[in-house]
Design a protein around this ligand. Structure first.
Ligand code: MG
Length: 318
């Protein structure tokens, strides 16, 4: 069995690192000098191959899930990352989203893990979507390959999102993403796999009180011509709906890992996260060996990340 953990998480990490030097740069500026490979310095003045909070928080979740599902343990890992610089390239966290920062503050003030996440409409940044991927592998190990038929599996997705992002719109984004990601490995045609993933999650949400009202924000993803939308109508800021749309749009409009993540980065704005979310999907679709060697070669602490992926993989396939 292929190591899907490594495919997905390295796909996410490498894409994050591609986006870090140009985060916040707008699309038109990038169009004059597009990203074509790993760059150094830029926005955060970090060397090439430096990954950010997207990867750090993904590693926090993977590490915790390799010991089973424990919401407090996941939150303690997030604190170790933000306060102590664990799960980082160089020993300190250099970026964090507002909603995540506030959730960690509530935890330190004594709130229960599942009470920490922001739940207003303004708490719908992409901060839980960008770190949710490892949960796919855990759910498959517990509930089987058709985990998306289980209400309990969606409840777990929503709780893991709610540690930082508790609004239903963010929870749905995580549910849609995991459902799409689940369909990608294997022989199924890409467009069919994506549509099936979206369809299965939508089927679930359509019968869920409280969630069904939020589905309208995801209407464009249900449209069979979604991939044909022009790039001008694809936003790439930090709003969770935009990030999910942009990632899926990049996946559907390219045919390999490299083109998918470069397309995502060059949309501009929240480059690292849009690329990371797209990169997780592209890693699952095309596999670890499709990630360019020269990009993998500069990833800071590559061996550490890969051994963490392997530890998680062995824990859930044991
Ligand atoms: Mg980041």
């Amino acid at each position: 069995m292929a190591n899907y953990v490594l495919n997905g998480i390295m796909g996410l990490c490498v894409a994050d690192a591609l986006g870090v030097p140009v985060e916040f740069m707008d699309r038109n500026t990038l169009a004059d000098n597009p990203v074509v490979g790993m760059r150094a310095y830029g926005t955060y003045n970090q060397p090439a191959g430096t990954w950010s909070d997207d990867t750090s928080m993904t590693l926090c979740l993977a590490d915790s899930l390799s010991r089973g599902l424990n919401y407090n343990d996941i939150m303690q890992n997030f604190l170790k990352w933000f306060k102590k610089g664990e799960f980082t390239p160089f020993g300190s966290a250099f970026d964090i989203g507002n909603t995540t920062r506030q959730a960690l503050k509530r935890l330190e003030q004594g709130a229960a893990p599942l009470e920490c996440g922001g739940n207003t409409e303004y708490d719908n940044g992409n901060g839980s979507l960008m770190r949710i991927l490892p949960l796919l592998f855990y759910l498959q190990s517990v509930y089987g390959r058709e985990f998306y038929q289980e209400d309990e599996a969606f409840a777990v997705i929503h709780k893991v999102s709610a540690l930082t992002h508790a609004h239903k719109r963010s929870q749905i984004a995580c549910g849609l993403y995991i459902s799409v990601a689940a369909m990608l490995p294997g022989e199924m045609n890409l467009k069919e796999a994506v549509n099936l993933g979206i369809g299965k999650a939508m089927e679930y949400y359509q019968n869920q009180e409280g969630f069904v009202e939020e589905l309208k924000f995801y209407n464009r993803l249900k449209d069979k011509d979604f991939a044909d939308l022009p790039s001008e109508s694809i936003r790439s800021g930090g709003y969770v709906v935009s990030t999910l749309e942009a990632a899926i749009w990049c996946l559907l409009n390219t045919e390999n890992y490299k083109d998918c993540v470069l397309k995502a980065v060059n949309l501009g704005s929240d480059t690292d996260t849009v690329a990371a979310v797209a990169g997780g999907l592209a890693g699952l679709k095309y596999g670890y060996t499709a990630i360019p060697q020269d990009w993998l070669g500069v990833i800071v602490k590559r061996e550490y990340i890969e051994s963490l992926c392997n530890q998680f993989y062995f824990a859930i396939t044991r």
